[in-house]
Ligand binder design. Structure first.
Ligand code: ADP
Ligand code: MG
Length: 318
């Protein structure tokens, strides 16, 4: 869907992105991560030509992005910013309807789409559609920012640290909602963050940048079990390697409620002694597992494993 081939970007003489290569598959949730200033935003904005590249090629649907008219890039690629840039004097409906308006959808279709999108993110349409942005909380504005990018149903969505300005509770809720939404809409998403926990939780694959170069590209499981070098190890340092080696499935679900026999049938059942590396293998194909011991069955979600493995959750929230 999107491919970078030997892409570099210089601002004047300063290299911001250095010869990067990757391919984002259709329907993939692809995370770009790295420290501040490593070139994440530059990389993202080159995709929809908000920033021109210096050398190399970026392909969108097998064609160089430079072959597409600019307006098509803006219409076919949704874009969500860190700082919610809603138009302050327009209603929520008018904000969401921007691209459908430009595409000259009928009023009826626009009304239906706006309501559908608001409902998708839990904002009652009759209550929210006529409000203006200042009448919304930060989390609500960010939800509108996300659905606005979805309005005309673009195949690709770019998100630049969309949740980083939110408090931890709203952030976690929006992450969960976006994961749920993605299961339904299956868009190609390129998502920028500097938060490794967010990357592990959200990404099908992660691309770690350092000073404009790619350090590693792989699944969350690969980052944890096979970090390529010391930079990668340091970057995921929050995930305690001792915990990674010692923990079992049973540890993670220790405080989780039991589920009844017959509930969640069809999911793989995994013994509670299974270690993290075994869990990684299962989670590469399933979002949820049933963890069993002699007497009990408990549900384990992939995102809960990553929460457990990261230090600041303390490992015992379940
Ligand atoms: P990130 O999003 O990872 O924080 P950026 O892509 O914004 O990084 O920036 C990468 C590098 O390019 C940084 O060193 C930044 O200072 C520089 N940079 C970004 N935008 C510009 C610009 N418009 N002009 C000059 N330098 C820039
Ligand atoms: Mg940035």
């Amino acid at each position: 869907m999107i491919e970078f081939k030997n892409v570099s970007k210089k601002y004047g003489d300063n290299p911001a992105v250095k010869d990067i290569n990757f391919k984002v598959e259709e329907g993939e949730f692809f995370v770009i991560i790295g420290p501040s200033g490593c070139g994440k935003t530059t990389t993202l904005k080159m995709i929809n030509r908000l920033i021109p590249l210096t050398t190399g090629y970026i392909y969108f649907k097998e064609k160089p992005v430079s072959d597409f008219p600019l307006y098509e890039m803006r219409w076919d690629i949704g874009y969500v910013l860190q700082q919610i840039a809603l138009f302050p004097h327009m209603t929520i409906k008018e904000n969401i309807a921007q691209v459908p308006e430009m595409k000259k959808w009928s009023d009826k279709d626009i009304d239906a789409r706006v309501d559908e999108l608001l409902e998708m993110v839990g904002l009652a349409p009759e209550e929210y559609r006529s409000r203006i942005p200042s009448e919304l909380s930060g989390g609500e504005k960010q939800r509108v920012g996300v659905v606005r990018a979805l309005a005309a149903d673009p195949p690709v969505i770019l998100m630049d640290e969309p949740f980083s300005a939110l408090d931890p509770i709203s952030r976690e809720k929006l992450q969960d909602d976006l994961l749920e939404l993605q299961k339904k809409i299956k868009k190609t998403i390129v998502f920028v963050t500097h938060d490794i926990q967010e990357a592990l939780k959200m990404g099908d694959r992660i691309c770690l940048l350092n000073a404009g170069s790619v350090e590693q590209i792989g699944t969350p499981e690969e980052f944890l079990s096979e970090p390529k070098n010391d930079f990668v190890k340091d970057f995921i340092g929050d995930i305690d390697s001792h915990m990674l080696k010692q923990s079992t499935a049973g540890d993670i679900v220790r405080n989780a409620p039991e589920i009844a026999e017959g509930d969640e049938d069809g999911l793989p059942e995994v013994i509670h002694e299974a270690d993290m590396y075994q869990l990684f293998k299962y989670f590469s194909e399933h979002e949820k597992l049933v963890i069993v011991d002699e007497k009990r069955r408990k549900l384990l979600k992939r995102e809960d494993m990553f929460k457990y493995l990261s230090n600041d959750e303390g490992g015992d929230h379940l």
